[in-house]
Design a protein around this ligand. Sequence first.
Ligand SMILES: Nc1ncnc2c1ncn2[C@@H]1O[C@H](COP(=O)(O)OP(=O)(O)OP(=O)(O)O)[C@@H](O)[C@H]1O
Length: 921
Amino acid sequence: MYNRYIPPSRPRQPPPPAAQDPPPQANPPSQPEQTNVVDPLAPVSYARYIPPRKAKAVVEPSAQTGDHVPTESPSPKKRKHATTAPSHDSSPAPMPKKSKKSDDVVLRGDSDIPESPKKDRKKTKKKKDKRAKEDDADPAVPESALPDAPPASSTVTSGDTASISSHTLTPDDLGDSNREKKSADKDEEDFRQTEKQDKSKKPKKEKKKKKKPSEVEEEEADEDDATSRHAAILAKKAKSLATAPELRSHTDTAGPIEPEAQPKPDDLGKHGLEPLPQPKPVEADTSKPTYDILPSWLAEPIRVGPDTRTPFRDIGIHARAAKFLESKGFKDAFAVQTAAIPLLLPSCKHRQGDLLVAAATGSGKTLAYALPIVRDISQGMVTRLRALVVLPTRELVSQAHEVFKLCAGAFDGRGEKRVRIGISVGSHQLRQEQASLVEKTERYDPEAYQDALRRDREAWKVVDDDDDDDDDDDAAAAADPEADDAQATTNTTKPLLGNLPDHVVEYNSKVDVLLCTPGRLVDHIRHTPGFTLHYVRWLVVDEADKLLAQSFQGWLDVVMPKLRTDNVFSARDFPDSNLTGVRKLVLSATLTRDLSLLGGLQLRRPQLIVLEGADADGRKPQTAEHTLPSLLEEFAVRVHDPNLKPLYLLELLQGDYLLSPAESATSSGSRAEEADDTSSDEESDTSSSASSSSTSSSSSSSSSSSSSSTSSSESATAAAEPPLQKTVLIFTKSNEAALRLSRLLLLLQPAWEGQTATLTSTQKTSHRRRILASFAAGGSTRLLVASDLVARGIDLPTLDNVVNYDLPAGPAAYVHRVGRTARAGRRGRAFSLVEARESGWFWGAVAKWEGIRRSRPVARLMIGVRPRAEDDGGERVGGEEDKEKEKDAPEPARFEEDKMAAYERALEELGREAGRVKKRS
Ligand SMILES: Nc1ncnc2c1ncn2[C@@H]1O[C@H](COP(=O)(O)OP(=O)(O)OP(=O)(O)O)[C@@H](O)[C@H]1O
């Protein structure tokens, strides 16, 4: 049943148009009426909410809606649908017709037979209504009976009533008068809302329509179209509702839909239910994970126990060289040397290819590659650049330089070529280095001279031809390093005109082996005339994980193509074997197993040597990523209060925790105890200014000289404090932290003044070298505070203790840091100060990580004085290892009061000194 809400009468004048909707540009505010009439949206919104008017006429007296009927009806003239909406008693002639329609609705609701009011409709309307009637009569209307696409525009006429009737009388709805009533009520509500919104517009529309009845007729015709469209849509819905149970029952009974049991494509099309295109099902990945398909050389490395020792003679080093080595303290070959050297000698006829070595710090990797390389080169006659050794830092270059010089001495005999070794680290100007690496001479060669002359003339011709755009080309060449490379190649392969007649310029390498940092190597490749890699047959990448992981000016991309080209016939032939090409040696204590990184090296027939013994718990050895020296002891010192960290360090340095030199020396073949200056009588082949024999004992700390302001009590303490006997390398997180800690230690212990040094990357290279030499040679320096600069590769044979005052950035850095001690078969100790917030990371990623192979677990060390539970008298618990009850001791460590007071005074003094430095700068 439908009801109609007739709004109460309102002021008749329409609201000012400008106040509600800003008028469009074409209709200025001065013509509000016209604006309303041409508004294209108005009829559409109105059409959507037209109420079922006839029904309302029938039920108007109903008590349900009676309350809403206004006492005063608006004038018929003001209402647009005076001819279409029969809600008002004063409606003119169409009113009876509408009443009849209303009756029809009621009838249809009861009898399921749609009766259409056809008589006063146009011909088209009749046809469409007839079709709608047929649809209603038969819910399973075939698709062919559906109406065509609806017209683009539609207006509302009384035909809408029929459409609404059709909606309420679908087969499913029939007999459910309550639902119909609710639906009608809802429609009525909607209409009321819409009517309220459109009220201001209606009177004008009505007025206009009254004036033009023909327009009203047209609108009625359009509304008929809309009606038929609605009817078609509803018929479609009815049809799909009718087929739905059928489909559902089919699915329920048949279980999963078989391909043949699915609805026919025609049916799916009818309902718009065509299946969407689906992606192909993903096939299950049956390939093996990468760790299972590692190349055999990586999966099955050559394993060697760390304690293996073999006389050099037994691994192919001839007697004289072996004797020379023995005289320098290298009696037997270490494990890694025992495994590697035979594979690199020409006597090895089997599988001569590239070699990768993953062996602990201090295991003697440098000698393992230096010895066979020098031996090979010593078999030749002419000096050519035959070996490139790339290292990440200057310090490592100069350290490896010493080992190569030692080996050169071992193979410097009758019938052998004296091997010349050069370094390039960027500490000198490029021009200086160029002069030390390449020699420029002139050779008499008329034929080559004529050839060079011809090329020279051709080059000038080309220059003349291209004169116009010369500038552009130069700029492009300058910006293109490849062009530089090409030019450098031409310079070295084709002789240039000399200054003397019939003479050509000739470049000769002054070195057989070049030890270099990657950046400087790239500089020489690009900018040094005559510098060529054509004859290189050894490429060593030491500390390979670092060199491959960091770009270093993309050095590998520059170097590798140079090693591929074979411009000079048989230039890379090995003298006493049938091998040719470049052999690559890749080494590190933390060697990467990342094949994508190693791929850049284009390895040929590689083999991997892994230095490893039994695990701490005696299990079968397994390949761990990193291996620590077997004689290294590790300790974790729990720092309860980070503010007191320097006191923990002081306590550690003064206590009995550190290893003494007497304790660290073992009988395992170490040459540390017989350390002497092996290089003093070596002739230097290069312009290197390295003078490792300097053993200046002066403290290097820039701030270590000032100690005058220490208090008398401190001086007294200092006088009582014996000088340090043990050697300690303390790592901090930065240069600044190293300087500060170093100064603080001296303020706390002035007696260590001449024994403490600081090493940072901000210092001059020569200064750093002096400090390191002093420390390595067992000079007066006992305490070295350093940043990570010396964490990797630096060989300090007499160093017994390492302290991680600040923890390193990662496990690999830890391995390299602690690996500065316990080298070459000596014992060593490493202490890490661990704050509470670092504890989880340290134990998880370092101390208990399976990726680090260690011969014994990391021990816990408690430092300081902690109150005893019973008497608060204080109990010294330092030195007790790994006691479960002390693991998470809640109460912080205490330090004696005089130590605390001295610490506070030292901090104050440090603050004052920092203030003075600030003022000065
Ligand atoms: N056969 C040997 N006999 C005695 N001492 C040796 C022998 N080989 C090497 N050494 C000494 O062992 C120490 C460590 O050698 P080296 O620096 O080559 O180790 P490494 O494996 O390269 O260490 P790192 O990974 O830290 O760079 C050096 O002091 C070296 O002189």
